[in-house]
Design a protein around this ligand. Structure first.
Ligand SMILES: [Zn+2]
Length: 437
């Protein structure tokens, strides 16, 4: 994995190229800070996961004449939070899409994605929605709204955040997000499914030359979405729940009654106890109760203890023909979708700094743009951990995210490093110094 490390400098150069295209709002004597400094300053706060990063670096520069924004991120002059907010609010998050594309292309051309290839060399792209803002007071024209029964309104922002996952790896590689925002010319509110459809229309053709399987929850398991995915040359593997697929489950029931439902059982030892895995599947069942219904292939996994207690049960629909030989790997792929919720989005929600308190909500795109910066920051850390031996060694010694970022915050406050590599070397040296004797 580590023969061709991707360096932070390369990743930052992608970001610089994207910032070059940001709409420039600076006027008159407001041009002290370049758009590069403004964009990179916002990013640096997410990359270091430190809301006080810029304040600390400003203080360091006053004391010593240099600081880490300069040496690591190439920032000439550190703008204020207010200025960052004003200049970035008009920038749509789509200006950062190219950076996600560049990272993907780099991983692909350097053959660093091959360990992520899943069934039949497919890349499994998991789609999931996440809310990143909710308030009863603060809002902007791009907020979605929910009317409560008592007449009060809640404002929120959400996005779909596709990631490449693989059941065998504990890593999620982010692709460009698509934000749920009121769309021009539509009086209906936007929703996650529409955002996913827009993502497929905008980005689908970029992946035409590779095999792709889209993973998603039950919300996605509808005929229009399945057809759109197939029209892009992709495969699908979606959660398929009985409540929302009544006619499909009637078919399954009939097949079972006639003994035509495929089934096989294996027992696994989980280290503590035996678990019984019961797979059931059926090919060519109609997805819905209409003449033009798409036929899909359905499978279900139930995991139970020997005493019959059910530990897990879920079912999926896919366009892959299911056999005794592939049902396990297909179900494992469907289950790996949860990695998105477990890792990427949870990290965003609980571990990523919500920087609204630094910058406010903005009037146009700020809220979404900052989320895109945060996703990029996570992607950069993921790629470094995936490809750079030094970073890997360091994270082996500091496996806890919290410790890693705590150390990063403290060290960058007190010491000016010549580069990111210098910082990594410093930490590795400090942590691996040979024990006395
Ligand atoms: Zn808003």
């Amino acid at each position: 994995m580590s023969n061709k490390p991707v360096k932070l400098e390369t990743l930052l150069s992608f970001l610089r190229a994207a910032i070059d295209h940001f709409p420039d709002q600076r006027t008159g004597n407001n041009t002290t800070y370049s758009m590069q400094d403004i964009g990179m300053a916002a990013f640096s706060v997410f990359y270091t996961q430190n809301p006080s990063f810029l304040a600390h670096q400003k203080a360091m520069r006053q004391r010593t004449g240099r600081d880490n924004t300069q040496t690591i991120f190439g920032i000439q002059q550190i703008p204020s939070d207010n200025h960052i907010r004003d200049m970035l609010d008009p920038v749509a998050p789509s200006y950062l899409s190219q950076v996600f594309d560049n990272v993907f292309e780099t991983l692909k051309t350097q053959n660093l994605l091959s360990p992520m290839l899943w069934y039949r060399d497919n890349l499994a792209m998991a789609f999931d929605g996440t809310y990143h803002f909710s308030s009863k007071k603060i809002h902007c024209p791009n907020c979605s709204t929910t009317m409560r029964k008592d007449g009060s309104v809640t404002y929120h922002h959400s996005a779909i955040t596709p990631v490449i996952v693989n059941p065998a790896h504990n890593v999620a590689i982010s692709l460009a997000p698509e934000f749920v925002v009121p769309q021009d010319g539509s009086d209906k509110q936007d929703c996650e499914t529409n955002a996913a459809k827009r993502w497929l229309e905008k980005h689908g053709d970029k992946f035409r030359k590779i095999a792709v399987t889209i993973l998603g929850d039950d919300l996605y398991c509808r005929q229009p979405m399945c057809r759109l995915v197939l029209s892009k040359g992709f495969n699908f593997l979606f959660v398929c729940k009985p409540d929302s697929h009544k006619s499909l489950y009637r078919w399954v029931e009939l097949l079972e009654q006639h003994g035509d439902l495929n089934q096989f059982v294996i027992t696994r030892w989980n280290g503590k106890q035996r678990e019984i895995y019961t797979y059931k599947y059926a090919n060519d069942v109609p997805l819905r109760d209409t003449e033009d219904a798409l036929t899909v292939n359905w499978m279900e996994l139930t995991i139970s203890k020997e005493d019959g207690q059910v530990l897990y049960k879920n079912a999926f629909a896919t366009n892959f023909k299911i056999t005794d030989h592939n049902v396990e790997i297909l179900v494992a792929g469907g289950r790996s979708r949860w990695k998105v919720e477990n890792e990427n989005n949870n990290t965003l929600k609980t571990k990523g700094y919500n920087l609204e308190h630094n910058y406010g909500h903005g009037k146009q795109h700020l809220s979404s743009l900052l989320v895109a910066f945060n996703l990029l920051a996570f992607l950069f850390h993921t790629v470094l951990e995936w490809t750079d031996q030094d970073y890997q060694r360091l994270r082996k010694i500091l496996p806890s995210r919290k410790t890693f970022f705590d150390d990063l915050r403290a060290l960058t406050r007190y010491i000016c490093f010549d580069s990111w590599q210098h910082l990594l070397d410093f930490m590795l040296k400090g942590l691996t110094r040979a024990a006395p004797g």
